[in-house]
Every structure is written in structure tokens, then in C-alpha cells.
Write a protein that binds this ligand. Sequence first.
Ligand SMILES: C[S@@+](CC[C@H](N)C(=O)[O-])C[C@H]1O[C@@H](n2cnc3c(N)ncnc32)[C@H](O)[C@@H]1O
Length: 232
Amino acid sequence: MTDWWLNELAYAGDEHLDPEYVGQYTRKAGYDPAEDVVTLKAHGLSPDSSLLDYGSGDGTFALAAAPHCHRVIAIDVSPAMCELLSQKAVAAGVRNIEVVNAGFLSYAHDGEPSDFAFTRNALHQLPDFWKALALERVFRALRPGGILLLRDLVFDFDARDARERIDAWMAGAVTDPAIGFTAQEFADHVQREFSTYSWVLEPMLERAGFEIIERHYRKSVYASYTCRRADR
Ligand SMILES: C[S@@+](CC[C@H](N)C(=O)[O-])C[C@H]1O[C@@H](n2cnc3c(N)ncnc32)[C@H](O)[C@@H]1O
């Protein structure tokens, strides 16, 4: 039979596979994971908990979460990102992060289902058909009642308002790509990646079996969803 499954590497974003870009990613992303760790702790993350981080990238979140839980499995399709995270974990003396070079659609979760899942700025790499399959796989990797914190670029506006809202977002872009994302990078994101509307993604989460228990939007383009696997 013809293989129709997605080649996730082909959709991973070439820059994420480029060791030079990856080496500069942490500074460029400028991500402070403290608030996300607080959110998960508020939902029960404890020294006994297991946590999956999908699209873990340079591991900023995994390294911050590791001291607060039993085990983190950091999953990323990019070998360069996995290598960077492994090196950072060794340098920091962190031993409870397992780095897995796989994608949303290829990671096979073995053993006990996880208590928590996290993903930031990664799901948009997949077209919507595949997002739904990815969320269904995250659902199955979690235990009933398990918590997913999903953060991503999500468009919380109607299509008729797209020009105004995307222009407003771009007005806040930086000019130095070393310390943030430029307007051209935002334009590339809109044109070539698969950020979707909140009114598409939210039913997708619910259809995968999640209850959205908290939702926040920033500037109509960034969303944060705290979700519970609904079949407790
Ligand atoms: C913009 S980075 C975000 C990294 C990190 N989560 C953060 O918040 O800084 C996107 C990451 O998703 C990874 N990625 C892309 N497609 C993926 C997929 N299908 N499955 C898992 N990871 C993927 C990329 O390799 C990259 O490390």
C-alpha cells in the first residue's frame, strides 16, 4: 500500500534542522518558562509526575520543569535540537530528562501514560488534518484526567479581520533577528506554516477528547490552552 503518513522532517521548518540557527535559538526565542511551570504546578505537577514536552526544541521548558517532576520526556523531530538539549542537560547535571528524536506523529509512548503534556510553538508546523491526528496521539499518551498545556501562535479573530490583526502583530516585530522574530519571519510564518484560527483549533482539541479548562490570548495571535483529558 502507498505510504501516506506525513514526513514530519519535511514540515519541521528548515531552520530548526540547521545547527547554526539552533545554536542561536535560545537567545532569539528569549523564552522565560517560569509562568508555564507555575501553571502546571497549579494543576498538580509534583515530584511524582511524568511530563511529555512535544517539540521541545532547545529544552528551555524541559530544563525548567525537570526539578519539579519525576521525569520529562522531551520529543523533537530535529536532531540538532535534540543534540543541543542533551548537551544542556548534561552541562546542568539534570538526569531526569529523556530526549527522544521523534515527532508528534511518530513518537510511540511506552509504559505508563503520562500525567502532563506540554507543547509550545510547535503544533503549527503541522497542517490541520495532521494537527488533529497529533492531538489524538497526545490524548492517548496521557492518563485520564491528565493535563495538556498547549501554547502556540493561534489566530483569535475572524478571517475578515486578518489583514488588520496580522499588520498589528507585525508592527511589534524586531529588526534584529538575533534577539527576536522580524516582520519577514512573521510573514514567512503566515505564508508557509500552519497556524490556524482559535475557532478551528478549539473544536479540534475538544474532538480529540480534551476539555479546555483555561484559555488565554495575547495580541489575538498567541494562545495558551490548559486542557484536561476529559474521560476521568
Ligand atoms: C519554534 S521551535 C519551539 C521550541 C520550544 N518548544 C520553544 O518553545 O522554544 C519549534 C520546534 O518544533 C520542532 N518540530 C517541528 N515539527 C515537529 C513535529 N512534527 N513534531 C515534533 N517537533 C516538531 C522543531 O524541530 C523545533 O524544535
